[in-house]
Write a protein that binds this ligand. Structure first.
Ligand code: NAP
Length: 284
C-alpha cells in the first residue's frame, strides 16, 4: 500500500461536498495541498481551516471556472508558473442536469460536458507525463454508479460519467507497471449540494433511494483513498451501494428497459419539471 506522505495533491471541486472532504483527509498526509473551484470564499475558508489543523502543511487555492478553456488555462498556467509537481490528482469537480434531455438547456449541457469530461481528461493529460517520469502518481477520477449503467432523466450526466469510467480503465491499462495508478470511484447518492445544482428548478431533488444507501462523505473519501493506495481500478463506496451497483451492472439492458418504463413516469412526477408526463414514457 502506498503512503501519501511528502506528496503534493490537487483536488478539484474542493469548495463543497466530496471535494472538501478529500481535501480535509488528504491534508493529514500530504505535504502540499492545492485546491480549486469557483467559489473563492469557500476555498479560503477551507484552506484556513486545514492550515489551522496542520500548520506544517502548505495549502494553496486557486479559483477557476473549469467548465471553460479560459478557466482551465488559469489553473494550468498557475501550476506551471509555481512549478507545482502533482503526485495525487483528484478529478472530483462535476455537475449534473436532472430532467428530460429534450428540455435541457444547451449552455448547461455544454458546461456539464466540459467539466465532467474535458476538464478531467485535460488535467490528467497535464500531470501524467511528470508522474510517469517520476514513476510516482495516483489519479482518482470521480465517476458514479450511473456511469456504470446509464439511466434516463440524467442522460447527459450518465453519459459523461460513462466516459470517466471507460477513459480511466483504458488509461490504467495503458500505463500499467509505470508507477502511476488510476482509480475510479463510483458513489451512489451522497448528501451534498449536487442535487440542488443538478435541478433545473433550484430545488433539492434527491432521488428516491432507501436510507441505508446514503453513505457518509467521510466514509466515501476514506474508502476511496484506501482503494487508491491499494491500487484498485474501481471502487463503489458503501456495502449496499456496492451490491446494488453490482446487480445493476450485471442485469442485461433488455431486462432493465421494462423496469425503467415503469419507473420513469414516477420519476417524472417527482421532478418539479412536471411539464408533460406522457412524454416521459420511453418509446419502444
Ligand atoms: N452527490 C452525489 O450523489 C454524487 C454521486 C455520484 C458521484 N458524484 C460526483 O461527485 C463529485 C462531487 O460532487 P458533490 O456531490 O460533492 O457535489 P457538490 O457539492 O455540488 O460539489 C461539486 C464541486 O464541483 C465544483 N464545480 C462545479 N462547477 C464547477 C466549475 N464550473 N468549475 C470549477 N468547479 C466547479 C463546485 O465548486 P464551485 O461551485 O465553487 O465551483 C463544487 O466544489 C462530482 O463529480 C459528482 O458528479 C456525486
Amino acid at each position: 500500500m502506498k503512503s501519501f506522505r511528502g506528496m503534493t495533491a490537487l483536488v478539484t471541486g474542493a469548495s463543497s461536498g466530496l471535494g472538501s472532504e478529500f481535501a480535509r483527509q488528504l491534508s493529514l498526509e500530504v505535504s502540499q495541498l492545492l485546491i480549486t473551484s469557483r467559489r473563492v470564499d469557500r476555498l479560503q475558508a477551507l484552506s484556513e481551516e486545514i492550515q489551522k489543523k496542520s500548520p506544517h502543511l502548505k495549502v494553496f487555492y486557486m479559483p477557476a471556472d473549469l467548465s471553460c478553456q479560459e478557466g482551465r488555462d488559469i489553473l494550468c498556467d498557475w501550476l506551471t508558473a509555481e512549478r507545482m509537481d502533482i503526485d495525487i490528482l483528484i478529478n472530483n469537480a462535476g455537475c449534473g442536469d436532472y430532467g428530460l434531455f429534450e428540455e435541457s438547456r444547451l449552455d448547461r449541457l455544454r458546461s456539464l460536458l466540459e467539466l465532467n469530461v474535458i476538464t478531467m481528461t485535460y488535467l490528467t493529460r497535464l500531470v501524467l507525463p511528470q508522474m510517469i517520469r517520476k514513476k510516482r502518481g495516483v489519479i482518482i477520477n470521480v465517476g458514479s454508479i450511473v456511469g456504470r449503467k446509464p439511466i434516463p432523466i440524467c442522460a447527459a450526466y450518465s453519459g459523461s460519467k460513462s466516459f470517466v469510467h471507460a477513459f480511466s480503465e483504458a488509461l490504467r491499462l495503458e500505463i500499467e507497471g509505470r508507477g502511476v495508478t488510476v482509480t475510479v470511484i463510483a458513489p451512489g447518492p451522497l448528501n451534498t449540494e449536487f442535487f440542488y445544482r443538478a435541478s433545473r428548478n433550484n430545488v433539492d431533488e434527491k432521488p428516491f433511494v432507501p436510507p441505508f444507501m446514503w453513505v457518509p462523505l467521510e466514509k466515501v473519501v476514506n474508502d476511496a483513498l484506501a482503494a487508491a493506495k491499494a491500487g484498485k481500478p474501481f471502487y463503489v463506496p458503501g456495502f449496499y451501494t456496492r451490491i446494488a451497483s453490482f446487480l445493476h451492472s450485471l442485469t442485461p439492458s433488455f431486462l432493465l428497459r421494462p423496469i425503467y418504463r415503469i419507473l420513469l413516469p414516477i420519476q417524472c412526477k417527482r421532478s418539479t419539471s412536471k411539464k408533460d408526463n406522457l412524454s416521459c414514457s420511453l418509446h419502444q
